[in-house]
Design a protein around this ligand. Structure first.
Ligand SMILES: Cc1ncc(COP(=O)(O)OP(=O)(O)O)c(N)n1
Ligand SMILES: Cc1ncsc1CCOP(=O)(O)O
Ligand SMILES: [Mg+2]
Length: 219
């Protein structure tokens, strides 16, 4: 057994399905949604709701943290190291324009996992070796209304990243759903980040289960 088995880093190494979701406003019960998708097979869930005030985000993160604890899954915070610290999150995700990784590490210490967005070959190659980075994401694979204005490097960047042969966990992101998942896997990804494929599904729990099953079969 590896010395990270059962730890947050061990669970990250095993993670295949990463969900970013907003707070779902009035679309039903948030805890019920989280229970369904985590039971379905989501390994990491991030609250990504850019309009929230910090206090509101922290309050919502209590609902996320309770759900993650019930299911033994990882809780991720987007953008803000202070909020990740206050929420006792497992993971902080940083984009290229967010807080630099060393600054986030100075706030969070070594135990919180830090992820990084990459959109180009040089960024992916750097994230694969940069100190303090635990995982990174590459994309968008396809243009997506969830990240308007972000050009899509497409599956070429997934193929490039797979070719790096890094041991560091990485995920493909952007426009991924069950219908195109095989293309992403064929390009070399083993893990994916999704938003709409789960949040906009009629049955989010079933959508998570279908994606998770396909990802586990592809191992
Ligand atoms: C897991 C994960 N991957 C990528 C992103 C995008 O981060 P970023 O580029 O900083 O864009 P915003 O999400 O902050 O708009 C993410 N949040 N999570
Ligand atoms: C946050 C983010 N960063 C790159 S693509 C993306 C959004 C992905 O959303 P969807 O899965 O709905 O296309
Ligand atoms: Mg960001």
């Amino acid at each position: 057994m590896s010395d990270t088995a059962g730890t947050a880093r061990g669970r990250l190494a095993d993670a295949r399905l990463y969900l970013c979701t907003d707070a779902r406003g009035r679309q039903g019960d948030l805890a019920e949604f989280l229970d369904a998708v985590l039971a379905g097979g989501v390994d990491i869930v991030q609250l990504r709701d850019k309009g929230l005030e910090a206090a509101e985000e922290l309050a919502l993160l209590e609902v996320f943290a309770d759900a993650c604890a019930r299911h033994g899954k990882l809780l991720a915070v987007n953008d803000r190291a202070d909020v990740a610290h206050a929420a006792r999150a497992d993971v902080l995700h940083l984009g290229q324009g967010d807080l630099p990784v060393p600054a986030a590490r100075a706030i969070l210490g070594d135990d919180v996992l830090i992820g990084r967005s990459t959109h180009a070959e040089a960024e992916a190659a750097a994230a694969a070796v940069q100190d303090g980075v635990d995982y990174f994401c590459t994309g968008p694979c396809w243009p997506t209304p969830t990240k308007p204005g972000r050009p899509a490097p497409g599956l070429d960047l997934v193929r490039y990243t797979a070719g790096l042969g890094t041991d560091r966990p990485w995920f493909a992101i952007g426009g991924i759903d069950l219908a195109n998942l095989d293309q992403v896997l064929d390009a070399g990804a083993r893990g994916v980040v999704v938003v709409r494929a789960i949040t906009e599904a009629d049955d989010p729990g079933a959508a998570a289960a279908d994606l998770a099953k396909r990802l586990r079969e592809a191992r």
